[in-house]
Design a binder for this molecule. Structure first.
Ligand code: PSU
Ligand code: MN
Length: 337
């Protein structure tokens, strides 16, 4: 990867036929504030395949080496890891830069946090930020990137209709036109309410069927089946690309979630996973792990209770999603050129 990065003016370098900025007033604000690598800017401007990747997966994911950029390149697309490096929102982080963020520590950055870290960066505080799905979608949209591959989407937490703990990933999908390829959301979230919320937000949800006929269920991260019917189905990458293209041509600004079930050989059945989740959730409750301490505790117990199967499964699903994202980006590039 090129270590040399220049600040580019996104709006000028991006093909206007296919990029309609969300705000007419954002041009001068965007110029110079977001750093986009020349490779990514050039690929976007010439409608080559580009895949956005999130940095939270590295800074907060604890999954070890994922080699996602290599997977994207191997399938003919340009990877664009998004995050905040030294207070600068960046699209196209290098491996060395990501490693520096991991070692020096980074904040978790969703929509609400982006301007804070960027503003603090302007004021001389060089804070790193790992962007979540929501945060990455915003940076991808600014750079004109249409496809984003990742692991699992945030969701409505159990009891979320009372606590209002609902991931900003869901509202972002309602307002930012980027196609996210993920394995659904984790089974300890409230998946029925997550799907309801996405519908209210106007987010298109489609599950890859890969030849399966009839109803196809929405996946639940480690499990291929959440027990809930997917609102829509896409057979393959070509259909997904056509949907993305249509959404853009219609000028609909909301996002798209393509759910990609975990590869069979790594999947843990819904019944097995449900038992493990029930135990972990009950223990968290009894031991008082609530609020932001809840998810880390549940994940730790799931790792233990699945005897280490959950982590390799998590790695495999992320890699599978990123491969799919690259293939979708390649198909989309054909439609755009
Ligand atoms: N779900 C996962 N793995 C993850 C995340 C979610 O299975 O790493 C991360 C993603 O970055 C996602 C974020 O966007 O957590 C959601 O966090 P919150 O619920 O705080 O919005
Ligand atoms: Mn939350």
């Amino acid at each position: 990867c090129s270590a040399v990065q220049t600040r580019v003016q996104t709006r000028v370098q991006t093909d206007r036929r296919h990029y309609s900025p969300s705000s007419k007033h954002s041009s001068s604000a965007l110029a110079g504030l977001v750093k986009i690598t020349p490779e990514v800017a050039d690929a976007v401007a010439t409608n080559k395949p580009v895949v956005a990747l999130e940095s939270t997966i590295y800074t907060h994911g604890a999954l070890g080496e994922l080699l996602l950029e290599d997977i994207v390149r191997k399938h003919g697309a340009v990877p664009a890891v998004c995050g905040i490096l030294d207070g600068v929102p960046t699209v196209g982080l290098t491996v060395a830069e990501i490693n520096r963020m991991v070692h020096e520590g980074a904040k978790k950055v969703s929509r609400r946090d982006l301007a804070y870290l960027a503003g603090m960066g302007l004021a001389g505080h060089k804070i790193h930020g790992g962007t979540t799905i929501a945060g990455t979608m915003i940076l991808a949209r600014i750079a004109g990137i249409r496809v984003f591959g990742t692991g699992g989407l945030g969701g409505v937490h159990r009891g979320g209709h009372d606590s209002m703990d609902i991931s900003a990933d869901l509202t972002e999908l309602g307002r930012t036109r980027v196609a996210v390829i993920a394995s659904g959301c984790k089974g300890f979230l409230d998946i029925p309410r997550t799907l309801e919320y996405l519908e209210t937000q106007g987010a298109l949800v489609s599950t890859f069927a890969d030849g399966r006929k009839g109803d196809v269920n929405f996946p639940a991260f480690w499990a291929r089946d959440s027990g809930l019917k997917s609102p829509t189905v896409a057979q393959n990458e070509k259909e997904a690309a056509a949907i993305i293209f249509a959404q853009e041509q219609l000028g609909i600004e909301s996002g798209i979630l393509f759910a990609n079930p975990i590869p069979e050989e790594y999947a843990i059945s819904r019944e097995d996973m449900q038992n493990v989740i029930d135990v972990a959730v009950r223990e968290a409750d009894e031991k008082g792990f609530s609020g932001h301490a809840n998810t880390p505790y549940i994940l730790k117990r799931i790792r233990e209770l699945t005897q280490g199967r959950s982590v390799p499964a998590n790695v495999a699903l992320v890699q599978s999603n990123v491969e799919r994202a690259a293939k979708v980006a390649v198909e989309l590039s054909k439609l755009l050129n």
